[in-house]
Design a protein around this ligand. Structure first.
Ligand code: FAD
Length: 495
């Protein structure tokens, strides 16, 4: 393999400009003083980091996990951690007939051909092993299965206590097995030896994330610089970049307009560190959205833009609707999200009125006795609002919707009976399907030869090309878990 030293050896005393890919690689270093040493360094503290770490410490490796934020768990602690598993004990007990083919079909349908087959199979074939391993580390699952949208059968297990409880259990297991953890410690740069093998990272200890900066990765200089050495491997379990407005606007201008329910630390800094040493970026423009209310309930109402005009058929999946909303906002050149309005009949038809009630209590959804109040609150032109509602009502009477909504599905909902319920319809970017390209052992591949960058792994949401166009519900957790274990096994194999 060509490396900087061999390349320089081929030169005969003349000064020649290095090709940019080598020239840029200032990370190849000798004679570094290291402040910490561990068998494996894991960057990040979400579910992928923890499952990988748990597997490694169970096999007696010395693991140092670092986290840049002041709390552990990244997006994993915010997540419900619904977890799709093929042939789990719960599926077998319930007599549910599931298969590799069925699960793959579901993943392919959601992925729309953008999902790489080998990673879909990695998830499917290893999901039950990962689920059993998580249980053996103390993670608890409810004694029932969920039949979630996009899945052909009930196959998702429910994590009791969601992501918070899962990370707590795994963290306790990790520490009990001599794992070491440091938070407010940010990886800044990957260190390679003269043969381009990854041997550690340069970090800042006592780093304090600053939410007030436009871009924390570029502007935050806090902390004390240190170098950490990894005897065997460095694992990037650094999550996605859904909170990095600057970066996501570059990879897809439409994403600038989205909100994000993600943890503040979901930025692209770690991804850039891997790209800097030659990792391959894949599918960065893709997105996955969530909505404030269940998407299936939007059909009972109408969605109006900032001009109080209807612009779409409210019956759709969250990806399709989110993309249409953001495209419409781009066309209107506005950052104002549309408003979704239901009348009392639509509200009563929602699939879980109690849940809708909880949105009102939380202040996400507002209840109005009059349309004047609604128009004032959402700053909508009252006349346009009435006009849009009338057109919709007329459509119902004639059984012909201007946006071709199948009115037989709205269960006699109308748009005229007070009280009215309304909320902002803001697509929330909760997951970024793009990331670095890795093989199924989660070794990060180099852009020049597609060979593994020695000593570097990436797992979980930090990788790309796994789920494709629209990640299937409850399939990030099996991805994080199976990639974490695959990576741990590959590291152990190399000892
Ligand atoms: C509200 C919500 C609900 C969800 N529900 C589900 C669900 O039910 N089922 C499902 O399958 N998926 C769900 N998801 C998606 C899923 O939770 C995530 O994709 C998954 O938890 C990501 O795990 P991870 O380990 O890859 O990364 P994360 O959990 O995001 O962890 C990455 C960590 O790396 C840290 N980090 C980043 N850069 C650095 C650096 N340079 N140095 C040090 N540390 C760094 C971050 O601060 C973060 O703590 C949900 C997501 C959200 C937001």
């Amino acid at each position: 393999m060509i490396n900087r030293r061999n390349f320089l050896k081929t030169l005969t005393g003349t000064t020649i400009a290095l090709p940019s890919i080598l020239n840029a690689n200032e990370n190849l270093k000798k004679d570094i003083k290291f402040d910490e040493i561990a068998d494996v360094i894991i960057v990040g503290s979400g579910v992928s980091a923890h499952i990988c770490a748990a597997y490694l410490v169970k096999n007696k490796l010395d693991v140092l996990m670092i986290e840049k934020m002041d709390r552990i768990g990244g997006n994993s602690v915010l997540s419900q951690q619904d977890f799709a598993v093929l042939n789990s004990d719960l599926q077998i007990k319930a007599g549910i007939k599931d298969s590799e083919e069925l699960f793959l079909n579901d993943l392919n349908k959601a992925g729309a051909g953008y999902n790489h087959l080998e990673h879909s199979l990695r998830i499917i074939r290893n999901s039950n092993e990962a689920y059993e391993f998580a249980k053996s580390c103390g993670v608890k699952y409810a004694n029932k299965l969920k039949f979630l949208g996009g899945h052909s059968v009930a196959r998702s297990v429910e994590t009791i206590g969601g992501g918070g409880a899962c990370i707590k259990a795994l963290h306790e297991f990790f520490l009990a097995n001599k794992g070491r953890f440091k938070n407010e410690t940010k990886s800044d740069e990957i260190i390679q030896d003269e043969n381009a093998k990854v041997i550690g990272i340069s970090v800042r200890e006592n780093y304090r994330f600053d939410r007030n900066l436009a871009n924390d990765d570029r502007q935050n200089l806090s902390g004390v610089k240190k170098n950490y050495k990894a005897r065997l491997a460095v694992v990037f379990a650094t999550g996605g970049f859904s909170r990095d407005v600057e970066f996501r606007s570059i990879v897809n201008p439409r994403l600038r307009l989205a909100k994000s329910p993600s943890s503040l630390g979901q930025t692209a800094g770690a991804l850039k560190q891997m790209l800097k040493i030659g990792a391959i970026a894949t599918q960065l423009a893709l997105s996955r959205f969530s909505f404030g209310i269940p998407t299936e309930d939007l059909i009972y109402g109408i969605m109006l833009d900032k001009n109080a005009k209807r612009f779409l058929n409210e019956d759709g999946d969250r990806q399709g609707l989110s993309n249409k909303i953001l495209a419409h906002m781009q066309n209107l050149n506005t950052t104002s999200y549309p408003t979704i309005i239901l009348d009392s009949t639509g509200f009563a038809n929602s699939h879980d009125p109690n849940r809708m009630q909880s949105f009102i209590i939380a202040g996400k959804m507002k209840k109005f006795d009059t349309l004047d109040e609604l128009a004032n609150y959402f700053k909508l032109n009252k006349d346009e609002l009435l006009k849009s509602m009338q057109i919709y009502e007329d459509g119902i009477k004639k059984n012909k919707d201007e946006f071709k909504k199948d009115l037989s599905k709205i269960k006699n909902s109308s748009m005229s009976k007070a009280p009215f319920y309304a909320m902002t319809a803001a697509p929330g970017l909760s997951y970024t399907p793009g990331g670095v390209w890795a093989d199924t052992n989660m070794r990060v591949l180099h852009i020049s030869n597609y060979e593994p960058i020695k000593g570097l792994y990436a797992i979980g949401e930090a990788t790309g090309g796994v789920h494709g166009q629209a990640r299937l519900t409850s399939c990030s957790i099996p991805d994080c878990m199976t990639s974490g274990i695959a990576c741990a096994k590959d590291i152990l194999k190399g000892i």
